[in-house]
Write a protein that binds this ligand. Structure first.
Ligand SMILES: [Zn+2]
Length: 265
């Protein structure tokens, strides 16, 4: 059973757990934030940061008007700028209210019901620019977790979509925006040579799912700690193959991609 699209009533639990832990960011996250900020054009007077969480980016933006927006009031407690509690599908702002609308690590979480409406809303309130960052070509299955309480299989960070170069470049064309700048963020050495067959073996026969996410909350039953099941023989063989891949088959792959769009019409 796969329930990635079903965030249920527990999504708040997940985001609050993530946001409360953001004080201790991984070094690569600092690099991501720095590179995201460097994509903001100069001379911007007003910025809306949608899905700003605890303000790890918002608090570092320098502009005359900065508003951090999130659906979670708890997350906003650490945001130092002006703030708004709102949903991305229904932004409480007039058309073209902000010079730049930022959406960093947000749209990969949007399910089929809200995705188009959210893009439409982002474009509606942006007068000049839109800045979007997402994980680059993420292989979602690699981050699947399995709840040991109810068996639900879900992405441990609640990501439900993955983006490649071409899709992102034309993401907002229908709303009159064109790509102005596109940057790969944080190239890392990765053993990303996994095949679909290996994923199948790992999930179906070895019953191995990602288990190291300390934030994983089952979207179906709310179970919080997803523990690693005892590794069987096939699991051990998969683990050795992965180790060999890490040693011999590493290649550079960006973690994230950032795209700056400008309004053409
Ligand atoms: Zn569960």
């Amino acid at each position: 059973m796969r329930n990635s699209d079903h965030l249920g009533k527990y999504w708040k639990t997940y985001y609050e757990r993530v946001n409360s832990a953001q004080q201790k960011l991984h070094p690569i996250q600092y690099e991501r934030i720095e590179e995201t900020l460097s994509m903001i054009p100069s001379g911007i007077q007003s910025i809306l940061d949608i899905g700003c969480g605890d303000g790890s980016i918002t608090n570092q933006i320098i502009a005359p008007l900065v508003i951090g927006m999130d659906a979670s009031p708890d997350a906003l407690k650490n945001v130092k700028s002006k703030k708004a509690v709102a949903n991305i599908n229904n932004l409480p702002f007039k058309n073209k209210s902000f010079d730049l609308v930022m959406c960093a690590e947000v749209i990969e979480h949007l399910n089929i019901d809200s995705y188009q409406q959210a893009l439409c809303e982002i474009a509606r309130v942006a007068s000049k620019y839109i800045l979007i960052t997402v994980p680059f070509k993420e292989w979602l299955e690699l981050s699947f977790a399995r709840c040991i309480s109810c068996g639900c299989i879900f992405h441990s960070s609640y990501h439900v979509r993955s983006f490649g170069f071409g899709e992102l470049k034309n993401l907002l064309t229908q709303f009159g925006f064109e790509c102005k700048d596109l940057r790969y963020i944080c190239p890392i050495l990765s053993a990303d040579r996994t095949t679909k067959f290996e994923i199948f073996i790992r999930h179906r026969l070895a019953r191995e799912y990602l288990t190291h996410s300390e934030f994983a909350v089952c979207p179906l039953c709310g179970y919080i700690v997803v523990q690693r099941p005892k590794r069987n023989l096939i699991g051990w063989i998969c683990a050795i193959i992965r180790l060999m891949q890490k040693i011999f088959l590493r290649k550079a792959k960006p973690y994230w991609i950032g795209v700056l769009y400008y309004r053409k019409t």
